[in-house]
Design a binder for this molecule. Structure first.
Ligand code: G16
Length: 546
């Protein structure tokens, strides 16, 4: 093949299913491997950007199946669309938070993140692509709507006729007239972490013979980051990071750090000989799970504890302006914000909704029940950051995870919390269920000992730019402070997933140590009665309970 500097114009016709969801375009690998499918979407992004010509972009992915081919396609198309320079991780690898950091650090115009997050990988697994803007965060809805509109009228895409570029060694390359810089995926990110946390204190903790921890990278992108930071830099014993080599199919597992998919890690924290600290992250490194001996920290509680301990962490002491959480996330963080006298914001599900609040300095920490926590250091959630934050708290307080949780609940009350997912539902059936929930007349009705005090479909007006987002989930609040939320997932790739979020507030310390599902049993029964989920679908139980 002759290397060409002149763009080739290829005719194409639209696909009708390229609407980005909660976090970019996610589809099965076979869908992405259809001829012109990825190309159409990437060209639709270029056609929607005000002006990417002459600018710098960052490109990287979580190494899942199809990552390597997709990177080459995107590089050729970027060159053909007049991009001046692309920074790409070695072998095309970059975690999602690392992409966000590189965009911010280099002042890039934006970037492409290739991942389907926690969804399984492999030839029959999932793939995804997301465009991030200059602040390092996911594109706002105005841009993703424009991309979808462009994808419906696309008639051509631009590419170069060039061989694949070698991405296996660091350094500069050229592709047509575009400069390509292959960068170390870990170095910049590791340097950033060092500016935020008390590395000396964490290192001393990790070297203590009586402190036993494990980080499960789930054969996904965080392995090299966690090894470099926890083992090489901070001195944790070799082998602290397990499943550390990223694999295109994640070893056949579901790279989702939760009680179901990281069951082996959970088991290792159980009993008198259990680990003191366990943590895991997902496919692209932005999610996290935090465990102590015989205890699991819900992501909602994790956000609240992170906010409550900001004074112990060098990068955050003395500058907490506010905290934001997605609507279905429990209200534990709101209680901390109220006590500290800082802002509290409730946004729709999706990290993109935090971007304006972070840019405007209204909040420093953000979190979601879907195992996402982060801060204003980047504009994505960040799995390893959350783990380092917890280690910083443990090191500075000298307390165990269980002790920290108990003290927090005693001070603020406990929000018992759980999410029940019904996956792979018929889409029409799921939409009808949601429509009926919206239309139901629930205000004032009694369910057992509770009366309904709130029933709405959550809508959000961005306090920074006034953009309105409606239809974000049905909220049902009760007079004792309990709450049920129903919404459909925006990240699945087949059928519909109904998520039922359940929470019950308990102020009495004597009743804060019961088993979550037992405490929530009557609320779960109410949720089933209200939605008719089991009668409508024939399902006897949720597929995943976290
Ligand atoms: C994405 C979004 C998150 C969202 C999560 C679940 O995370 O970035 O903001 O909470 O999906 O969304 P849904 O409930 O619509 O499935 P990730 O880690 O998959 O990129």
């Amino acid at each position: 093949m002759h290397e060409s500097r002149v763009p080739t114009v290829i005719s194409t016709t639209p696909f009708d299913d390229q609407k980005p969801g909660t976090s970019g375009l996610r589809k099965s690998v076979p869908a992405f491997r259809q001829p012109r499918y990825l190309e159409n979407f990437v060209q639709s992004v270029f056609d929607s950007l005000p002006d990417a010509r002459g600018r710098t972009l960052v490109v990287g992915g979580d190494g899942r199946f199809f990552n390597a081919e997709a990177i080459q396609i995107i590089l050729r198309m970027a060159a053909a669309n007049g991009v001046a320079r692309v920074l790409v991780g070695r072998d095309g690898l970059l975690s999602t938070p690392a992409v966000s950091h590189l965009i911010r650090k280099t002042g890039a115009y934006g970037g492409f993140v290739l991942s389907a997050s926690h969804n399984p990988g492999g030839p029959d697994g999932d793939f995804g692509i997301k465009y991030n803007i200059a602040n390092g965060g996911p594109a706002p809805e105005s841009l993703t709507d424009a991309v979808f509109a462009a994808s419906k009228r696309i008639a051509r895409y631009l590419t170069l006729e060039t061989p694949d570029l070698d991405l296996s060694t660091l350094g500069p390359r050229t592709l047509g007239e575009m400069a390509v810089e292959v960068v170390d995926p870990v170095a910049d990110y590791a340097a950033l972490m060092e500016t935020l946390f008390d590395f000396a204190a964490i290192s001393a903790l990790l070297k203590r013979p009586d402190f036993r921890m494990r980080f499960d990278a789930m054969h996904a992108i965080t392995g090299p980051y966690a090894k470099a930071i926890l083992e090489d830099r901070l001195g944790a014993p070799k082998g602290t990071v397990v499943n550390a080599t990223p694999l295109p199919d994640f070893g056949g597992h579901h790279p989702d750090p939760n009680l179901v998919h990281a069951a082996e890690l959970v088991e290792a924290t159980r009993g008198p000989k259990g680990l003191d600290f366990g943590a895991a992250s997902d496919g692209d490194g932005d999610r996290n799970m935090i465990l102590g001996r015989d205890c699991f920290v819900t992501p909602s509680d994790s956000l609240a504890l992170i906010a409550a301990h900001a004074e112990l962490v060098p990068g955050y002491a003395g500058r907490l302006s506010g905290v934001a959480r997605s609507m279905p996330t429990s209200r534990a963080a709101d209680r901390v914000a109220a006590k500290l006298g800082v802002g509290a914001y409730e946004t729709p599900t999706g990290w993109k909704f935090f971007g304006n609040l972070l840019d405007a300095g209204k909040v420093v920490f953000c979190g979601e029940e879907s195992f996402g926590t982060g801060s204003d250091h980047v504009r994505e959630k960040d799995g390893l950051w959350a783990v380092l934050y917890w280690l910083n708290i443990l090191a500075k307080t000298g307390k165990s995870v269980a002790e920290l949780l108990a003290a927090h609940w005693a001070e603020y009350g406990r929000d018992y919390y759980s999410r029940h997912d019904y996956e792979g539902l018929d889409t029409a059936q799921a939409n009808a269920l949601m429509a009926d929930l919206r239309a139901a007349k629930l205000a004032g009705r009694r369910f057992g000992h509770r009366a309904v005090t709130l029933h709405d479909d959550f809508a959000y007006t961005d306090p920074v730019n006034g953009e309105r987002t409606a239809g974000q989930g049905v909220r049902i609040g009760f007079d004792d402070g309990a709450r049920i939320v129903f919404r459909l997932s925006g990240t699945g790739t087949s059928g519909a997933t109904l998520r039922i979020y359940l929470e019950h507030y308990e102020a009495d310390p004597a009743r804060q140590h019961a088993e979550t599902q037992a405490v929530l049993a009557d609320l779960i029964a109410t949720a089933k009665a209200l939605s008719g989920i089991e009668d409508r679908t024939g399902r006897a139980a949720p597929d995943v309970v976290t």
